[in-house]
Design a protein around this ligand. Structure first.
Ligand SMILES: C[S@@+](CC[C@H](N)C(=O)[O-])C[C@H]1O[C@@H](n2cnc3c(N)ncnc32)[C@H](O)[C@@H]1O
Length: 188
């Protein structure tokens, strides 16, 4: 069985094609940004968001090293502002988006994603996705505030109209120590 992160990458790979627009809502150290930049190719674009200067610097360095900077626009700002930050011309064209929730590994563990802003960003994205576009939420819930974010997100996602999106939960249910899981939202 596919583990959580390879499964997330598979979903993105199926949804995002060369020339597409994609979003990394929590760039952190830039691993997902690099992955998405590979999928959109030289004619596509990735919009990335993070609130921490450290994350922006680390991701920019990684993208430059891999020759991918030209196809990525990074915003030093919260993903809750993504509908105003992403140019209007690209609304409706986004085929893949990912949120890796929680804190930046190896950094300040008090700077975490929060339920209100994660849900606000997810709602905006759902409006802005192309049909069949996929939003992936990788949910970590072992840290302070993680359980509240998990439960708020599950509550929000479970009530999304089934005519608006297909919503999947992918989770190993016998693992110890708060294993991460995925919610994937495919716009109809
Ligand atoms: C788990 S890390 C992301 C890991 C990343 N995907 C990677 O490949 O390294 C979560 C990130 O979300 C960022 N973050 C927290 N609140 C945010 C917000 N409102 N908007 C955008 N990013 C936020 C944190 O600064 C942190 O870097």
């Amino acid at each position: 069985m596919k583990r959580i992160l390879p499964f997330a990458n598979d979903l993105l790979e199926k949804a995002v094609k060369p020339g597409d627009i994609a979003v990394d809502a929590t760039i952190g150290n830039g691993y997902d940004t690099v992955f998405l930049a590979g999928l959109v190719g030289e004619n596509g674009r990735v919009y990335g968001f993070d609130v921490q200067e450290e994350a922006i610097a680390s991701s920019k360095k990684r993208l430059t090293q891999q020759g991918l900077s030209e196809r990525v626009t990074i915003f030093h700002g919260g993903h809750e502002n993504l509908s105003t930050l992403i140019p209007a011309d690209d609304h409706g064209k986004i085929t893949g988006a990912i949120f890796n929730l929680g804190y930046l590994p190896g950094s300040d563990k008090t700077i975490v994603t929060r339920p209100e802003t994660t849900i606000a960003a997810t709602k905006q994205l759902l409006e802005m996705m192309a049909p069949e576009g996929i939003i992936i939420l990788v949910i970590y819930h072992g840290h302070k505030g993680g359980v509240e974010e998990r439960d708020s997100l599950l509550g929000y996602c479970q009530q999304i109209d089934q005519h608006t999106a297909h919503v999947l939960q992918y989770q190993f249910i016998n693992q110890q120590n708060h294993p991460a899981f995925i919610i994937a939202i495919e716009k109809i």
